[in-house]
Design a protein around this ligand. Structure first.
Ligand SMILES: [Zn+2]
Length: 308
């Protein structure tokens, strides 16, 4: 069976994995990204790691990276995690270091494909994966294939607009899904709800993180529950848009914020039901992603084995 290498370039660490073409992960680890030293240095560190951990010869490698990626041309145009990596021929750089054909992909697209093959999207043909964290990303699989759009930029679900005059988004627009359910939006919501609430567990923490808010909600704190409920409702409205557009069999929600699980997913499903054009639309399964931080390198590796 063919062996593939997968790379997921993160802001701090770059995850690496050696996988079989059936998606079995043989070995995985990480190296520091150190983006200031440039992509060539990172590619050399990755090549060194693979040479020390791989038993056999790989046939291709896939590299996932946040930002605007042209998978066909092998170019990374711009990345929020790697300031200064503008118009970088990332596929060529990794190909030179690894001495392999290399395919690059947006990291969330890669994660969606990984979940589709081996995680929460197993066994379906039409699938969407959302990642909730500081940013809100998305990847779309249509009829078994990753949908990239005409420029490779498809799947920016976090920047679909839910409220025309809503809160300002990092992208410059207003009322985007990301501006309503991204980490800073949840923290801002907690600040507002805390001011309105009477006594709340959130009072004990100066600047509660999403994790702390979820923890308080799990403990039954009414204010924290309201924060999660409101966040989940906006997520559900976003999901209803996706369901109406794509009619997927399943939508998986991953990323750090998805650790809140049913605290967010239950109100999201309720909002989806409420906004669905027909009750049949609300039957799309809304689930948590399964592969965590392995989804992206796995998906990148599996995409590298395909010519699509
Ligand atoms: Zn936006």
């Amino acid at each position: 069976m063919r062996i593939l290498y997968g790379v997921d370039i993160g802001g701090t660490d770059t995850k690496l994995g050696i996988v079989q073409e059936d998606g079995t992960i043989l070995s995985d680890g990480s190296v520091p990204t150190d983006h200031g030293a440039g992509p060539e240095k990172l590619a050399a560190r990755a090549a060194d790691w693979f040479s020390r951990h791989a038993a056999g010869r790989a046939s291709a490698a896939g590299v996932g990276c946040a930002g605007l990626v042209d998978a066909k041309g092998g170019m990374l145009f711009v990345s929020p995690n790697m300031p200064g990596w503008n118009d970088v021929p990332l596929a060529g750089i990794f190909s030179a270091s690894l001495a392999l054909p290399v395919r690059i992909e947006n990291d969330v697209n890669a994660a969606a494909f990984g979940e589709f093959q081996r995680g929460a999207g197993r066994g379906v043909r039409n699938f969407i994966c959302l990642t909730l964290g500081t940013g809100v990303g998305g990847g779309i699989v249509i009829d078994g294939k990753l949908y990239r759009g005409s420029n490779g930029f498809a799947g920016e679900i976090g920047h679909t607009v839910l409220i025309a005059d809503g809160p300002r988004c990092a992208c410059g627009s207003r009322g985007c899904l990301e501006a309503l359910i991204g980490a800073s939006a949840i923290i801002e919501r907690a600040r507002r709800i805390r001011l309105q609430a009477g006594e709340t567990a959130l009072d004990d923490i100066a600047e509660p993180s999403v994790k702390e808010i979820a923890h308080a909600a799990r403990g039954g704190d009414a204010a924290a529950l309201r924060v999660m409920e409101e966040t989940g409702r906006y997520l559900g409205i976003g999901l209803s848009n996706l369901v109406h557009l794509f009619d997927p069999a399943a939508i998986a929600v991953g990323g750090g914020i998805s650790n809140a699980g049913e605290l967010i997913l239950a109100p999201a499903r309720a909002a989806l039901s409420e906004h669905a054009m027909n009750e049949r639309h609300a039957r799309t399964r809304i689930v948590t992603a399964e592969l965590g931080n392995k989804a992206s390198f796995l998906g990148a590796a599996l995409l590298a084995a395909r010519d699509e």
